[in-house]
Design a protein around this ligand. Sequence first.
Ligand code: NAX
Ligand code: K
Length: 506
Amino acid sequence: MKILSAQDIRSLEQQTEIKQQLSEAALMERAGRLLFGELQNVFGECRCKAEILCGFGNNGGDGLVLGRLLHEAGHEVTIYLVEHDHYSNDNLINQKRLRESGVEIVNINKDSILAFSEKSIILDALFGYGLSRLLDESWTPLIQQINSANNRIFAIDIPSGLLADEHTPPDAPVVKAERTYTLAFVKLALLLPAYGAFVGDFVLLDIGLDQDALHEIDTKNYYSTLDDVKKMAKPLGKFSHKGTFGHAVIAGGSYGSIGAVVLASRAALKTGCGLVSSYVPQCGYQIMQSTVPEALVKTDSADRVISNFAPELLQARSIAVGMGLGRAQQSQEALHQFLKDLDKLDHPPKLLLDADALNILSLHKEWLNLLPSFSILTPHPKELQRLIGEWENDFDKLQKASAWSAKYQQILVIKGANTVIIFPDGQLHFNSTGNPGMATAGAGDVLSGIIGSLLAQGYAPKDAAILGVFLHGLAGDCAAKTIHQKSITASDLIEHLSDAWRYLLS
Ligand SMILES: NC(=O)C1=CN([C@@H]2O[C@H](COP(=O)(O)OP(=O)(O)OC[C@H]3O[C@@H](n4cnc5c(N)ncnc54)[C@H](O)[C@@H]3O)[C@@H](O)[C@H]2O)[C@@H](O)CC1
Ligand SMILES: [K+]
């Protein structure tokens, strides 16, 4: 699914109104009805109280529609409308409709003192994507009153004060919502960790914008949904044999960190490649044989660390390297030699680098030029920082990571909530699956195994990265159905890969 800028959303809304021959404020009515449906789910059977703060643009208009529908359904509604000398047209239409339905509008300004009632739900419809610059501090008193209320707070489209496509500094006045009901498209800011505390969880509501017009709009930013990923996943063929699904090498481990290779190898097998060879230092031999009997185990000549990547590893279709590797001098040299060997091949295996392989590369940036193009690097934020340097904010991070990806022609998988995958052509793909329970030791090793396996199965690096990240998150979501998020372990993710595949391929 495309992620559009505020400007492109506006233009698409205008085109939709023309193509679908919509009457005035019809899209706003659609948005309001969807919001109303969501709130009915929250309220359940109860008659509830909603206090809706409406601004002077179309975001405020959404709040007005919602207020009317809630009132008509028998809920108690208070509408606070920010006084202004220029309301948007659809806002005015809905002020009138609201009054006609019998709801009184309370005019407020930035300095008004609001007494929210104890049990009401606050709905924030002050500003949406139309915010074109930061709110100045004259808005702070109003926004602070909302944020310090003990009520549940839901934002409409985007928490007011948050810019959709640019950085919002932490001291700017922004509503802190428990949940954001976002309309038509996910806005970029909703996906970035720095703004998570304002956005809460978000729910995307499809207001039926014109698909043909959408097709014409170019973007570099995408949000990977189930429908998108379903198209990539290849089902099993009747005549498949283990050769069909390819041979993945999982190479890494050091004394005390063999578990990383165990997890990645098991994840690779559960993701469906035909054969896994695990390459570990000698101290890992028995561990591997007893915990992953399905894998072929090859060992390094050294006991505790990897000192040389055996040349026969290069015959596999994919190699995932770095999990639990450590940064011993011998392992650094081994990685260097390995990259030089790969560089000599016309058709090198598809490569994934994780964990200490990334840290070693950060110590020797000149080796980056040896990486085959379109290798997949899976840093968590700290590893990314070592690789590409510091960034000022989350938007700057995306920009710097994109420039790095283009410079080295490598794919970056930046792990976290809404993991983002950055491609050398500038495309960004944000993931939609996963939950906070997955922030657990070894989850990254599992991801490396999954992507390594998909590469071995013949998926192109781009698809392997997008599909692998999605599957990994989906396995976490499947696990969370029976296991509390606090208790999810990396092994649980592996155990739920089967459910994830079933869901994806059904
Ligand atoms: N256009 C449409 O067809 C639809 C729009 N929708 C809603 O409309 C919203 C966008 O509406 P608008 O474009 O009217 O804008 P907003 O309602 O987000 O903002 C209102 C006004 O704030 C002003 N403004 C911008 N930055 C400011 C600042 N720093 N300080 C003070 N004022 C500032 C702008 O001039 C704008 O007119 C969406 O977020 C969504 O909620 C939905 O109703 C769906 C349909
Ligand atoms: K809002």
